[in-house]
Design a protein around this ligand. Sequence first.
Ligand code: ADP
Ligand code: TYD
Length: 204
Amino acid sequence: MRGKFITLEGIDGAGKSTHHAWLVAELQRRGHTVVQTREPGGTPLGEKLRELLLHEPMHLETEALLMFAARREHLAQVIEPALARGDWVVCDRFTDASYAYQGGGRGLPWAKLQALEQWVHPHVSPDLTLLFDVPLEVAQARMAAAAREADRFEQEKMDFHARVRAAYHARAADEPARIRVIDGSRTLDQVKTQLEETIASVCS
Ligand SMILES: Nc1ncnc2c1ncn2[C@@H]1O[C@H](COP(=O)(O)OP(=O)(O)O)[C@@H](O)[C@H]1O
Ligand SMILES: Cc1cn([C@H]2C[C@H](O)[C@@H](COP(=O)(O)OP(=O)(O)O)O2)c(=O)[nH]c1=O
């Protein structure tokens, strides 16, 4: 039986990375073989593209095309073979991030993103997307506390992140069955409880 494809989304600092390994362990505990991966990246070529995407200035369409180029490789090398084997895939970001960041954040028309999505993965879509939602101030405070070096996206101004968050909300409103909103502003334990409840209701 084909495995399930779960993606994690949200603005920078929302808590995706923090809960990724925990979620993988929880699914393994439930008996699944799980592949843990991320975008942009997930393959040797994809990780090289990630370096460019996070640090090199570029035209916004170049940015969108490279995101989808990395994704094409990731689907071919990792995601599709894993799902075909019956493994579950938990991926930190996928195409919803392109709509949120390149579409919402940078203003690339959604029609162009839809064309790329249709080209690159017409038949693959996440079974479940966990959208970690936090107010911008909470995300910024957490990233400041973590004192990590900001990449090209994290350096963007508040209004950019506000547009990214709004685009995520719009997608969640359009696809409520697939995109489940997790209140990431709660404590770590409370976030895990929400994740457990969502997995139990969707993945049983
Ligand atoms: N629910 C939470 N409560 C308090 N701090 C959190 C919570 N979730 C994440 N953090 C902290 O916030 C920072 C950013 O989290 P991270 O998981 O790296 O975000 P993302 O991967 O979504 O950018 C980290 O230092 C992490 O420890
Ligand atoms: C997958 C994807 C990511 N991104 C951006 C969002 C993030 O700011 C950045 C890297 O993602 P991420 O791995 O979440 O960063 P971090 O390692 O800091 O947790 O890439 C896009 O703009 N479009 C996309 O399609």
